[in-house]
Design a binder for this molecule. Structure first.
Ligand code: SF4
Ligand code: SF4
Length: 498
């Protein structure tokens, strides 16, 4: 079935100088030069609206617009639904997508507002007064004892120390490029935070960033060996992912090339398919076995994180994880990004992170086991305000990935699964990878985090709070707008005006 393209390339011919930059820059081969007519032409059917050509056109001759060519209006069958049915009728295949759920489901962050001090309990000026953004992730003791000289007698469980409550979440080498990983690793190291290998193993060049690296163990166990486990500052067991709860991962063979296949320890060109379950985990007891096996393998030096997708019974699941010996729980909401996911799964499975986070924090507090674990919140944390709201809802820290990709140049074209990322992030094509300069990529990540750190301090100062610790779980600082009684109850916050 031949559709009218989703996007139209609009070229202002009077401005176009035929430099052919757009032709050279487009991995999707949208643009070409017609020698006979001495004119630039476009095949719009290949355009994914990544905006590379628009950004680099020296004369601003280009714009990409959404086509207004529509099938007859139908409130039940949208254009997209009809086209997806045509496509599946043609191919018989599962539809694939990338990045997070783009559908207009409620974003609770935007329905929550933050308090500010007025008159009494005055605000704190973060430029003039100390403000603590450092956090420690890991099991906390119920009480501590000190020796006579004041030194700590209690033996603390291993902790991750973060200069601010934000980290870069799991993106595997393979799903993203070498230069994207280099940017994340360097930025995490400079910022005193952590980045996460995802399930693709750790390239030998990045072992030097080990003390700022979280190494992941997923169901496929790609790239997992003793040196890998020992190289990181923490080990993460990936049980689920917000963008595709209940299913495994799939890196197409076309991306498993060169160092990617070597790092994953799989043959070049073979699909890397992680099974949906870990085949040795069917209960919390089984999970406990793996948690302690990993602790044993690393002499109990490293905290173990268990990451799960936000699903319906997340509070009960988290309670089990907190009892499994894990030090940290990471919850990934349904808007979380991905390099590739079946569209139906991405758009219909899971629950919003805000509700999941509040439910987990409450359950662990009610059961008296909140100090057994730290909580990381991920899955569409878009700004410093989202971070502050997440901390007030009970998180110890947040994971970001889509925002980190945006900082490195991503334009959210949602085409990562094609391997032709024009911005050098979600690709293994050498000519595309080199478009992302790790010096620039890491500096932009550092800038973003510095900006967020300032904003977090300002927001906290406005509330009269001077540390993340004092903000954590402080729901009195939040109010809901336009939420139902049930939503407010789950979030554990009052409505604005109350
Ligand atoms: S990049 Fe701009 S100026 Fe150069 S050929 Fe393309 S449209 Fe014309
Ligand atoms: S990483 Fe690249 S391919 Fe993926 S959404 Fe961003 S710009 Fe598009």
């Amino acid at each position: 079935m031949n559709f009218y393209p989703e996007f139209e390339v609009v070229r202002n011919d009077s401005r176009c100088i035929r430099c052919r930059v757009c032709e050279r820059q487009c991995a999707n081969e949208v643009h070409w030069y017609d020698e006979d007519g001495k004119i630039m032409l476009s095949d719009e059917s290949k355009c994914v609206n990544c905006q590379r050509c628009v950004t680099l056109c020296p004369t601003r001759a280009l714009k990409i617009v959404k086509s207004d060519c529509r099938l007859r209006e139908n409130a039940n069958y949208s254009d997209q639904t009809i086209k997806e049915i045509y496509r599946q009728a043609e191919t018989g295949g599962v539809l694939l997508s990338s990045m997070g759920n783009p559908n207009p489901l409620p974003v609770y962050w935007d329905k929550i507002l933050i308090n500010a001090s007025q008159v009494t309990n005055p605000p704190i000026d973060p430029l003039r007064e100390p403000m603590e953004t450092r956090v420690f992730l890991g099991k906390k003791p119920d009480h501590i004892t000190r020796n006579e000289d004041g030194s700590l007698d209690t033996k603390l469980a291993p902790q991750l120390s973060l200069s601010m409550p934000v980290m870069f979440s799991a993106m595997s080498y393979g799903s993203i490029s070498y230069n994207a990983h280099a940017s994340l690793a360097r930025a995490a190291s400079a910022l005193g935070i952590y980045y996460n290998t995802g399930e693709g193993g750790l390239h030998e060049d990045f072992y030097k960033y080990g003390k700022n690296t979280i190494v992941q163990v997923a169901s496929g166990r790609f790239g997992v060996h003793k040196d890998y486990l020992e190289a990181g500052a923490a080990i993460e067991i990936k049980m689920g992912q917000g963008a595709k709860p209940g299913i495994g991962g799939h890196l197409p063979g076309t991306k498993a090339v060169g160092d990617v296949s070597k790092t994953r320890m799989i043959p070049e060109g073979s699909d890397a398919i992680s099974p949906a379950p870990h085949h040795d985990i069917y209960s919390i007891e089984d999970l406990r076995q793996l948690v302690y096996s990993l602790k044993e393998a690393t002499e109990y030096r490293l905290p173990v994180i268990v990451t799960v997708a936000a699903v319906h019974n997340i509070a009960a699941i988290a309670s089990g994880i907190a009892r499994s010996g894990a030090d940290i729980i990471a919850i990934d909401g349904f808007r979380g990004g991905t390099g590739a996911a079946p569209t139906r799964i991405r758009d219909n499975v899971g629950i919003p992170i805000e509700l999941a986070l509040a439910a987990v924090d409450k359950r662990l507090r009610d059961e008296g086991i909140r100090n057994n674990v730290s909580i990381i919140c991920g899955g569409s944390v878009r700004s410093a305000a989202d971070v502050v709201k997440a901390i007030a809802l009970g998180a110890d820290a947040c994971y970001i990935a889509t925002a980190a990709c945006l900082a490195m140049g991503c334009h959210l074209c949602r085409s990562c699964h094609t391997g032709k990322c024009n911005w050098g992030i979600a690709t293994q094509r050498p000519d595309l990878v080199k478009r992302l300069n790790p010096d620039i990529g890491s500096q932009r990540l550092i800038n973003l985090m510095d900006a967020w750190r300032h904003e977090i301090k300002e927001l906290m100062g406005g509330m009269g709070i001077n540390s993340i610790e004092a903000l954590r779980g402080n729901r009195l600082m939040l109010r809901g707008v336009g939420l139902t009684e049930k939503e407010l109850e789950i979030l554990g916050i009052s409505h604005a005006g109350e």
